[in-house]
Design a binder for this molecule. Sequence first.
Ligand code: SF4
Length: 451
Amino acid sequence: MSLIADEIITFSSVLKIAYNLLASRNYLKRKKFREKEKLVAVTLPFSDLAFAADTIPVFPIRMHEFEISQYLTYLGSASSIFGWNTVSNFLGFIRNLGINEVSKIVDDIIEDVIDVINKKYNEMYDIGIEYGISTDFCYGLKSLVGMHVSKGSNVDACLNVTIRCSAYNKYLESLQAINEGPKQIWIDIPPRNIGNAIELLTDNISHAIKDFEELTGKTITDNQIRDHFKIGNQVKRAYKNIIYDISASDFYPCNPATFSEIMALLSITFQDYNSNATRYRDNIVSLEKEMRERIRKGIGMDVSNMPRIFVTPMFGGWEPKSHEIIYELGGRALYADWELLQLLEEIPTSPNSNPSEEYARFLMRATETGIGCDNDKLTDSYLRMARDLNADGMIFFQLFGCHSISNCYSMLREKIRNELEIPTTAITFNKIGESIDQVKTRLGAFMEMFK
Ligand code: SF4
């Protein structure tokens, strides 16, 4: 088999995930206008109830139009006519274009995808600022406001799950004023697991389910919720396997910069599963298989002598050029935010379980040790993750305007110094691309420690 065929066939699932992300606008329009489905805006990986309610969760940036590379456009149209597995037409197309550097095709496509998304994030950030959001807010919140200002009126509801960060909760509260139309569905997570916190949270989830029933006019059964959890669990299993078995291993199925781009793509798309849970499950499960298959055949790169640099947090905004710079400096960047925040934990689905209560336990676990806990526990989670990944170093992104997660760095540095004894550094971040030179200098000095 030619190299092109091998590249495309053995990595087609990542191309599908990329295509489904970038071609969302048409998909969502079809769902809303032709199939009369309800669109629900979600942020962070909290889309479960929207799926269980048979609505279409959407991370709002996906309602925008993206520039799609010609390969992906062709792949998408070929897939709708011939099915995704028929790649011969796609290969013929590439040959006709006279592309010689075939081994770089997948790398280039994925790199383009991440660039296109990041440009859009910056556009959203600018819209957020123009709208008047305080310059004091972090990058993530400014861009989220921009997404709702520009596209939020298209959704039928917003699913608002509160977390420990008060700025984030203020952003959720502002959504009603940005667009009056969408129904606001709330899940308040009690900040601590004391007393009857689980009961309270179960109640809040039951209310949210009722709100969804009002929105769609359809009853949501426990079985429906469990069925969605089962799909979510399969997604999480594959994602975890990719993090632990592949990203922490010594042989990669592609070069480490592309691998990090794939991890960044998963991190973005995991928030709403590209609006289709079964399709996303199928893609991520085959992505894991494809990666393992390439490794088994020896296709990829020996990375045993490249230090593992755990880069985090990235979900509120980070400099996406970091992994490329780290790669050029001889290392490899590992991304594992959702696992660190305990959002890849599976939810029990036994027939006798109460799914609302199981979901409450899941959200509470994430709150206790990940996304909503105090700095002491949060720094322990960073430490645990670095240890589990066998990291040789850690880069911590300190977001301008973040008074929640970013201020745990000094405690984290202390703990790393005492317990892990690996190098660590912090990089301040305001906007993508804004201080690339400074990032390069910081990373250059940091990577020197591994020589
Ligand atoms: S925790 Fe920090 S990065 Fe996350 S939303 Fe709040 S302010 Fe932004």
